[in-house]
Design a binder for this molecule. Structure first.
Ligand SMILES: NC(=O)c1ccc[n+]([C@@H]2O[C@H](COP(=O)([O-])OP(=O)(O)OC[C@H]3O[C@@H](n4cnc5c(N)ncnc54)[C@H](O)[C@@H]3O)[C@@H](O)[C@H]2O)c1
Length: 325
């Protein structure tokens, strides 16, 4: 259950996930109770206008402490990270931001007696030796991107803070997230957002993965629902304290193309795999999320065709509104 008088901090609020999660948190807790924090200013008017924004670098512990003293947060959602493809361009910085940022938030939560922390992990924690079909909750993990290594280490630290210090930190291993409101931030699954934009613009889409590359994916409303369901579950139901496997659908570029062609029959795709292919090939193709189903009742609402219909409808609406503005 949500305690709707809680004050909530979202770090990385202006990103692909944060810009939607923050709005949903504001619906639940009230606009002024949910502080959007990010190193960049919000671009979306609804995010800018619906509650407070604070410019914050999560690597700056003084700024974080001042912010916590000002607002007395009960919950922190820490979303700021360097993602998989971008991380490979500057691995040391990705490690620094992803790990030091997490430590800063966990330590702040302990010092300021924050009641609950949310930190997302990813399917990138898995690697080439992991079973790729129906990947279990507990299995071999040998990530080979700096992003995956930082997420795996982060998961261990979340569990450590829970076990040693009693901090109520919760986490999900998201698959690739697909939404229409914000553009993705440099991940290996970004093609599955870009493809809808190109399809609506009437352009041929050049895909950076090969046509038969299967990856686990999730539509943003499901990701938001899973996050809030986990955060609102009674603590005793949250039995996995590193990070929960989470699943909705798996598809290949060929299959998402066929799904789009049901609405836009002339849409065409070409393939030019780049370095992201190697990352995709090291990740699972499908995920076993039975622990999330059993512990706090997880169930996704969207499959590929339902997502495609909703994405195209909403992107079209957004583009029409932009033309009128
Ligand atoms: N999008 C996905 O497909 C996906 C999949 C699995 C996990 N995740 C995880 O979910 C979280 C959010 O991902 P996203 O897709 O929204 O990422 P994103 O790149 O779109 O957004 C990250 C946000 O963090 C901000 N940020 C960067 N450095 C910062 C700093 N030093 N201080 C404060 N803010 C900073 C950025 O400005 C950006 O707005 C990340 O932890 C990511 O690893 C995302």
């Amino acid at each position: 259950m949500a305690n709707t008088s809680d004050t909530v901090l979202v770090i990385g609020a202006c990103g692909q996930l944060g810009s939607e999660l923050t709005l949903e948190l504001r619906n639940l807790y009230g606009g002024s109770n949910v502080v959007a924090a990010d190193i960049s200013a919000p671009k979306q008017a609804d995010l800018r206008d619906s509650g407070p924004f604070e410019k914050v670098d999560v690597l700056d512990t003084k700024v974080l402490a001042d912010l916590a003293a000002k607002y007395k947060f009960k919950q922190i959602y820490h979303l700021a990270a360097v993602l998989s493809a971008t991380g490979e361009k500057n691995p040391k910085f990705a490690w620094k931001l992803n790990m030091d940022g997490l430590f800063n938030v966990l330590d702040l939560a302990l010092e300021q007696k924050v009641e609950k922390v949310y930190w997302p992990s990813s399917i990138a924690v898995f690697g080439p030796s992991t079973p790729r079909q129906n990947t279990p909750q507990h299995t071999i993990m040998d990530p080979n991107t700096v992003y995956g290594i930082s997420k795996q280490a982060g998961e261990r630290w979340c569990e450590y803070y829970f076990q040693k210090y009693g901090l109520d930190v919760r986490s999900l291993r998201y698959p690739g997230l697909i939404g229409y409101k914000a553009l993705p931030g440099g991940g290996t699954t970004d093609y599955a957002v870009d493809i809808y934009h190109k399809a609506l613009e009437g352009e041929t889409f050049e895909c950076f993965l090969s046509g038969n590359t299967y990856l686990p994916m999730m539509y943003m409303p499901d990701a938001i629902k899973a996050t809030l369901d986990l955060m609102h579950a009674p603590a005793e139901q949250v039995k996995v304290r590193d990070s929960y496997n989470l699943s909705a659908m798996s598809f290949s570029p060929e299959e998402i193309t066929a799904s789009i062609q049901k609405h836009l029959p002339d849409f065409k795709i070409t393939y030019k795999p780049d370095s992201r292919q190697q990352i995709a090939d090291s990740w699972p193709q499908s995920i076993d999320d039975s622990a999330a189903q059993q512990d706090w009742g997880w169930k996704p609402a969207y499959d590929l065709d339902a997502m495609t219909a909703d994405m195209l409808l909403n992107l079209k609406k957004m583009k029409e509104e932009q033309t009128l503005a």
